[in-house]
Design a protein around this ligand. Structure first.
Ligand code: BEZ
Ligand code: FE
Length: 290
């Protein structure tokens, strides 16, 4: 093929993939090339603009390491992560909705007993979080595992903050026959996604704030059930309608009720006053989810 031009460009590149052995890769790359060429035709970038785009992607790659994944943050802040999440987690009605995993999950959090605290440094506003893990018919699920992690009351995860002990505000809880879970923690705060890299620069240039509304992360799973990766968001947070990563679903927002009751506080092992929040998780059986 010669005389590659504005008219023939897309077909020329797609034809060149005729020898691709994977039909799925060919399908994906055909779509990528088609849409990428459409963007270039539509915006007609100058050479400087195109080089700026290449420099942005280069910087995004350069800042990545085994702890920092700026491309995921880019995907998150452009709504791509939540779109892929929605497509891959179509659930039967009534099942707990999923949301973005985020970069701060750590595998191997310590197993804890119901009622334990996940706040190892005791810093922050005390909170009691509880609920049940249920199937779609409302029956409790025994042996469900809840992997919980959250930011501190100051809005930082242990992995970001050298002043927090390792595995602070993380834990694994397993339900008994009643499907109930309950633990002590601190009320989470809203916090910014990392802004010291190219994605932070992009957000500023686009007139966007970097904040996520306060939330607790959960991965809830049980044998025979489809696991769900989700959050419980704090009702009333000012960023619920403008989450930097588009992760909020109304069904996941819960009140954290300020409670002034010293008898109840000492029964629960919390300082008074404290916050009380609840959320039930509903899992679909593997067959129902399919
Ligand atoms: C988080 O909730 O931990 C998170 C999600 C996406 C980007 C940054 C942080
Ligand atoms: Fe988070």
């Amino acid at each position: 093929m010669r005389d590659f031009n504005e008219m023939s460009a897309t077909a020329a590149v797609i034809d060149r993939m005729a020898g691709c052995e994977s039909p799925r890769l060919r399908e994906i790359m055909t779509s990528v090339v088609t849409h990428l060429h459409a963007v270039i035709r539509e915006v007609e970038p100058t050479q400087e603009e195109w080089l700026a785009a290449i420099a942005f992607l280069t910087d995004t790659g350069k800042i990545c390491d085994d702890k920092r994944q700026e491309f995921i943050l880019l995907s998150d802040t452009l709504g791509v992560s939540m779109l892929a999440d929605a497509i891959n987690n179509r659930k039967p009605s009534g099942a707990t909705e999923s949301t973005v995993l985020g970069p701060f999950h750590v595998a191997g959090a310590p197993p804890r007993t119901m009622g334990d605290t996940i706040s190892l440094d005791g810093k922050g506003d005390p909170a009691w979080v509880s609920g049940r893990v249920l199937d779609l018919d409302g029956n409790p699920i025994e042996g469900a595992c809840l992997d919980v992690w959250q930011s501190s009351s100051e809005g930082a995860y242990d992995v970001q903050d050298p002043d927090q002990p390792d595995m602070n505000l993380r834990g694994l809880f397993t339900t008994g026959k009643d499907g109930r879970y309950y633990f002590r923690t601190v009320r989470p705060s809203s916090y910014p996604v990392p802004t010291d890299g190219p994605v932070g620069g992009m957000l500023t240039a686009l007139g966007r704030h970097p904040m996520r509304p306060a939330h607790i992360h959960f991965i809830v799973g049980a044998p025979g059930f489809e696991p769900v990766t989700t959050h419980v968001f704090v009702a009333g947070d000012p960023y619920l309608d403008s989450d930097a990563v588009f992760g909020v679903k109304s069904s996941l927002v819960e009140p954290f009720v300020e409670t002034d009751d010293s008898a109840r506080a000492s029964e629960l092992g919390l300082a008074n006053p404290f916050y009380v929040a609840g959320h039930d998780f509903v899992l679909a059986r593997q067959a129902e989810a399919d």
